[in-house]
Design a protein around this ligand. Structure first.
Ligand SMILES: CC(C)(COP(=O)(O)OP(=O)(O)OC[C@H]1O[C@@H](n2cnc3c(N)ncnc32)[C@H](O)[C@@H]1OP(=O)(O)O)[C@@H](O)C(=O)NCCC(=O)NCCS
Length: 166
């Protein structure tokens, strides 16, 4: 598994990826169905912000893009905090891939972005994602009750944090 910068040539691969992922625990920011225009707009945002306000990387295995991972700086008084997000195609789950991807992006984000912590917000039911963060030194910091609504159902959200100086 390697992390690679997204390029404007990845439009069709990004489109295929975003139309194939399990979105049960993802933000609705990723439209569905995902169109070429959605891919173009996202890749343009990535090229503008990457390395300044955020780190975005494609997760690649044997030359195929199989997922995405990012750390995005927050704004205002929260600006020293970066929020991590990630997803992987179903057929690659359970092989330790996201654990390694999180390890690599945290290192990149702490060295390239002006942040002192990374926050992970996880649906309370998403035990695999919580485990991935814990394996990377993230500590559970609490739970926001009834914090998100997805497909008409309200969920609790777990808060995880990892400090630059652990
Ligand atoms: C959650 C997700 C990122 C995990 O990626 P992955 O590559 O399968 O994760 P890894 O294989 O590195 O590690 C998964 C860990 O969770 C554990 N796990 C998996 N399912 C679990 C469950 N239902 N309950 C408890 N632990 C579970 C695995 O055993 C493993 O831990 P271990 O190494 O201690 O055995 C991936 O399933 C995914 O992309 N899901 C859809 C999108 C998503 O949920 N994104 C996160 C939003 S916060």
């Amino acid at each position: 598994m390697i992390l690679e910068k997204w390029s404007s040539d990845d439009k069709f691969r990004l489109n295929a990826l975003c139309n194939s992922i399990d979105r049960s625990f993802l933000s609705d920011r990723i439209p569905y169905p995902y169109t070429d225009r959605d891919a173009e707009a996202w890749l343009s945002m990535v090229s503008e912000l990457d390395g300044k306000e955020a780190i975005f990387r494609a997760i690649k295995l044997d030359g195929r893009i199989i997922g995405n991972i990012s750390v995005e700086k927050k704004a205002d008084i929260y600006r020293l905090d970066g929020e991590i997000g990630y997803f992987l195609l179903d057929e690659y789950k359970g092989q330790g891939i996201m654990t390694e991807a999180v390890s690599q992006i945290c290192e990149l984000a702490f060295s390239e972005l002006d942040i002192c912590r990374i926050t992970g917000l996880v649906f309370a039911e998403n035990a695999a994602s919580a485990r991935v963060l814990e394996k990377n030194g993230f500590k559970p910091e609490g739970m926001m009750k009834q914090a998100v609504i997805k497909n008409g159902i309200i969920h609790d959200l777990l808060i995880f944090g990892r400090l630059k100086t652990m």
